[in-house]
Write a protein that binds this ligand. Structure first.
Ligand SMILES: Cc1cc2nc3c(=O)[nH]c(=O)nc-3n(C[C@H](O)[C@H](O)[C@H](O)COP(=O)(O)O)c2cc1C
Length: 176
């Protein structure tokens, strides 16, 4: 079974997750890149205006793989914009897929919004879905502060804290 990870990560957390899953499954990673510079100010401007970034053509064809795992952060309850743009651009190539996010924290309804947006972009929903939370790695007194949680940069060593969830994701592709 061949697996492609479609990855967008602006500050590296979802890249750490994707690298670990790729290492454990042998998956290839196709990284989504905005066409130009994409600083946080532009992200915030796009949140306010509804504008979206253009993204570069993928260097792997999702249609050539048995399964695709989409990995991207959540911004203000929404799938990160470069990922929604890339999924729309590659909609025809997307067969069966799953979704995992290394996002900040639990928010009511957040997984449902991600599922709805994925379905709108691709035309069918993910088979499986998983949220990991960076907030689990910040001191308890800072977990309610979105700025503190969003500033957290995860290291590969800290991924031990998420071993149960990572094993579950890997198990999606290795049913043995
Ligand atoms: C502007 C902004 C808004 C965010 N909004 C949310 C949110 O609504 N829900 C959530 O769980 N995390 C939210 N986060 C946290 C990110 O999802 C988290 O920091 C993620 O790990 C970043 O991924 P990356 O390092 O791969 O880019 C937000 C972060 C930023 C910068």
């Amino acid at each position: 079974m061949s697996l492609l990870i479609l990855l967008y990560s602006r500050t590296g957390n979802n890249r750490v997750l994707a690298d670990l899953i790729a290492h454990k499954t042998g998956a290839q990673i196709a990284e989504i890149r905005p066409a130009g510079r994409y600083p946080m100010l532009r992200v915030i401007w796009q949140m306010a205006t509804g504008r979206r970034p253009r993204v570069r053509k993928l260097d792997h064809d999702p249609a050539a793989y048995d399964r695709v795992l989409v990995i991207a952060p959540i911004w203000d309850m929404h799938l990160a914009f470069p990922m929604t743009e890339a999924l729309q651009d590659n909609r025809a190539a997307m067969g069966s897929y799953d979704f995992a996010t290394f996002c900040g924290y639990v928010r009511d309804g957040q997984p449902d919004v991600a599922r709805r947006e994925l379905t709108e972009c691709i035309g069918h929903p993910p088979v499986r879905q998983m949220e990991l939370h960076v907030g689990d790695l910040v001191p308890a007194g800072q977990r309610d502060d979105p700025r503190k949680v969003s500033a957290k940069r995860v290291t590969a060593a800290e991924m031990d804290r998420f071993v149960g969830q990572i094993d579950e994701i890997v198990g999606w592709y290795d049913p043995a």
